[in-house]
Write a protein that binds this ligand. Structure first.
Ligand code: IPE
Ligand code: IPE
Ligand code: MG
Length: 235
């Protein structure tokens, strides 16, 4: 049997935690805890089956609009998760990167982000991008600022700005664009995730809430992906 084509780079919008909790009469934070467990399972699975890049959307630049209580429970969950990652990822060959402006987080979380990045920097296995305080528009605005500075300093002429150069100023610099982006929870929108990078990504909305998501659902998504005909504007 011919080998099924797997995406090299998979993106996941981890959505539906709140609705999952509501359905059970639990606080939204309980949904986030359940979602974090699923996240661990999916990271491990992707790394074992040979996904090269996995990008997960964990907190958007717009998620600060949520009630303060929910935001702080998410921040403590991120800390718990990263502490756990420091203890347990030592055995996993996963390189962790963070996409987004992490400078606004509290010192504890910033330190954990830095440690996890450093500890895993020389890993040779799957690259795990965690999008935290990430927004596609903010990322593009930042890239434009970086390029404008190069122009201002005489290092670059405006007409030398190419698509490749813009890509090289994004958080995902040097990585291939996502081949497949899946969004559990049934919401049919991109919500500011990887706007530039997803120009030709295959997109799959799944009618399942993230805390209920299993490796079977992921396998289903891979089957759908393998059946898609990617044309990139050609024939
Ligand atoms: C996604 O789940 C997690 C984050 C945005 C941090 P939601 O919290 O958005 O869950 P729903 O969409 O309200 O169900
Ligand atoms: C997108 O989900 C952000 C993350 C999953 C981290 P949201 O729940 O914030 O998106 P909207 O508000 O439904 O568009
Ligand atoms: Mg949501």
């Amino acid at each position: 049997m011919p080998q099924r084509v797997l995406p090299r780079h998979l993106g996941i919008i981890m959505d539906g935690n709140g609705r999952w909790a509501k359905k059970r009469g639990l606080p939204r934070s309980a949904g986030h805890v359940a979602g974090a467990k699923v996240f661990k399972t999916i990271v491990r699975y992707c790394s074992r089956i040979g996904i090269e890049y996995l990008t997960v959307y964990a907190f958007s630049t717009e998620n600060w609009k949520r009630p303060q209580e929910e935001v702080s429970s998410l921040m403590s969950l991120f800390k718990t998760y990263l502490r756990d990652a420091l203890d347990n990822f030592l055995s996993e060959n996963v390189k962790v990167r963070f996409l987004g402006d992490t400078s606004v987080f509290d010192p504890q979380l910033r330190e954990l982000i830095q440690k996890v990045t450093e500890v895993s920097a020389n890993r040779t296995g799957m690259v795990l991008n965690i999008a935290l305080n990430y927004g596609g528009r903010a990322e593009i605005a930042r890239a434009v600022q970086l390029l404008a500075k190069d122009v201002q300093n005489g290092l670059l002429k405006p007409e030398e700005i190419t698509e490749e150069l813009i890509s090289s100023k994004l958080y995902t610099a040097g990585q291939p664009d996502p081949d497949l982006i899946i969004r559990p929870s049934g919401e049919n929108r991109i919500s500011n995730f990887l706007l530039w990078q997803s120009a030709y990504s295959e997109y799959l909305v799944m009618d399942i809430l993230w805390p209920d998501f299993t490796t079977k659902d992921l396998e289903y998504a891979f089957d759908v992906y393998a059946s898609r005909n990617r044309r990139f504007g050609g024939v």
